[in-house]
Design a protein around this ligand. Structure first.
Ligand SMILES: Cc1cc2nc3c(=O)[nH]c(=O)nc-3n(C[C@H](O)[C@H](O)[C@H](O)COP(=O)(O)OP(=O)(O)OC[C@H]3O[C@@H](n4cnc5c(N)ncnc54)[C@H](O)[C@@H]3O)c2cc1C
Length: 473
């Protein structure tokens, strides 16, 4: 059964309660949790023609790195109609899933589940690119300007919506390091960001020699796919990473508690300098490689040694690509530096995959009109309160929320799908007087900092003993 939506009655010129910008998993989660709240009038705009979750990396067999319980709603409201399990029920696939005993579902399946939700929520508008958000002090409302796009992405019409509150969920965009940018812009040799891998897979499989740059999850998945599908003994592959090892992603039970609301609150309360210092040390919690992917790569390499030869694949961590240039029209020369050895060399290759990661899309483009009202930190980044609201001049009576743009204030859990439902519910609780989603006050066994949880036996005595130290008395 597909749940019945409750579209609130909306006059075309009337202001909305909330306008969402971007429909990736973050804002889709918010839209799904807002759907059963009849008093909240929302609309969400997305520039793409339909929901599409990182389509260039939906490699056959690749799985998401969080359990399926990290769907759009479950961790805030498991009884919500838009759970992954309800999607399986709607597709008559509950029994096969039950026997599959899968916690980490296929990435393609997560994408299909999100598309099912997006097809059924009435308040979503695809093919709408938001251009600007401004504050209108006469009406005490935000103005949201958008361009309606046709299926080819061409502008069709302009429009404007008024709203009391805005939530930005514009996600990330592929990042290419400065020295490598000229390569992408020149035609002739295939050089592609991993985000576009599947669009160019056939060309990359046919290329003489391929270099994958980047030792994170995307680099590992692309390298594995090329390894599996290029001929044995003629793999002709290089995989280069800047980190000192092809490091496994931290996945211990207590390590995972860094992706809880408890840790997020602790991180938010730290001074800015401590947050900035901490985040640089935590890369292995989110930027490294899933151990199953490492095992699959090793297995694939090992299988290729069974007939007494070594695969023609070079895997080298600790390598910095300094510059790159074309040789004639069909090849590329990469200038490499090994950071530990302090040595340099050159590598000639026929194709490059840049698995060099993603960066948060800058908010400033859309929020230029709000600049005079925005409060910034010491590094000119927007200040964001615990409930995901940009800190604005108090003359602005509406709120601008962000989802997945708050790593500097809320920590490494920011892009994690496992925190999306909780963050969405937190936002909705501040928007509606009834606090529709009761959220747990405690979510981790670890106590982050010297604050004691009241639920812990003896915590009160322990806290009393610590108070003099905390207060410095
Ligand atoms: C390949 C890949 C795999 C990942 N796998 C996992 C995983 O397994 N587990 C996990 O926890 N995290 C994962 N992540 C991290 C993260 O959770 C995802 O990237 C997730 O997509 C973030 O959702 P989002 O909605 O914040 O942003 P996005 O998915 O980037 O969505 C933002 C949307 O906003 C739209 N948009 C941008 N600007 C505008 C505008 N001006 N007007 C209208 N629309 C606009 C974009 O078109 C886009 O659709 C992965 C990331 C990548 C890149």
């Amino acid at each position: 059964m597909t749940p019945t939506p409750h579209p609130p009655h909306h006059q075309p010129e009337a202001p909305r309660d909330l306008v969402g910008i971007g429909i990736g998993p973050s804002n889709l989660s918010l839209a799904a949790l807002a759907h059963p709240l009849p008093d909240l009038d929302t609309v969400f705009y997305e520039q793409r023609p339909t929901f599409d979750w990182h389509p260039g990396l939906l490699i056959d067999g690749a799985t998401i790195q969080v359990p399926f319980l990290a769907d759009l709603v479950t961790l805030a409201d498991p009884a919500n109609p838009w759970t992954f399990l309800n999607y399986l029920k709607a597709r008559d696939r509950l029994f096969p899933f039950y026997f599959a005993e899968r916690f980490h579902i296929h990435r393609a399946e997560y994408d299909a589940y999100c598309r099912w939700v997006s097809d059924n929520l009435p308040q979503l508008r695809f093919g709408h690119q938001v251009d600007a958000v401004r504050w209108n002090p006469e009406r005490d409302l935000f103005e949201v300007d958008f361009t309606q796009l046709d299926t080819d992405g061409e502008a069709e019409a302009l429009g404007r919506t008024y709203t009391r509150n805005v939530v930005l969920g514009i996600g990330t965009e592929p990042y290419i390091p400065e020295p490598l940018k000229p390569l992408v812009e020149t035609p002739g040799v295939p050089v592609h960001h991993a985000a576009d891998y599947l669009d160019h897979r056939d060309t990359l499989l046919a290329a003489g020699h391929v270099t994958v740059i980047g030792s994170g999850q995307s680099g590992a998945e692309v390298f594995l796919d090329l390894l599996r599908n290029r001929p044995t003994g003629q793999e002709n592959l290089h995989w280069l990473g800047r980190t000192e090892a092809f490091a496994p992603m931290e996945y211990s039970k207590l390590g995972l508690e860094h992706f809880t609301p408890d840790y997020t609150r602790y991180f938010h309360a730290l001074p800015e300098s401590a947050r900035d210092r901490l985040i640089t040390t935590q890369w292995q919690l989110h930027k490294a490689i899933d151990t199953d992917t490492i095992a699959a790569i090793h297995e694939e390499l090992y299988r290729r040694t069974l007939h007494d030869s070594w695969p023609d694949a070079v895997l080298t961590p600790g390598v910095h690509v300094r510059t790159a240039g074309r040789i004639a029209t069909t090849q590329i020369e990469l200038h490499l530096e090994h950071t530990q050895q302090n040595t340099r060399s050159r590598l000639t290759t026929d194709a490059v995959v840049l698995a060099t990661g993603y960066r948060e899309r800058p908010l400033d483009r859309i929020l230029a009109g709000l600049d005079p009202y925005l409060r910034r930190d010491n590094r000119e980044r927007p200040r964001i309160d615990e409930q995901f609201r940009l800190v604005l001049d108090p003359v602005v009576t509406g709120a601008v929320y962000v989802q997945n743009a708050e790593r500097h204030t809320h920590g490494i859990g920011t892009p994690d799908l496992g925190l999306a439902a909780w963050r969405s519910a937190t936002i909705l609780n501040t928007l509606t007087p009834k606090e529709p989603y009761r959220l747990p006050t405690r979510t981790a066994f670890t106590t982050f900092g010297l604050h004691q949880h009241p639920q812990v036996p003896h915590a009160r005595q322990a806290l009393r003993a610590l108070t003099p130290l905390i207060d410095g008395r």
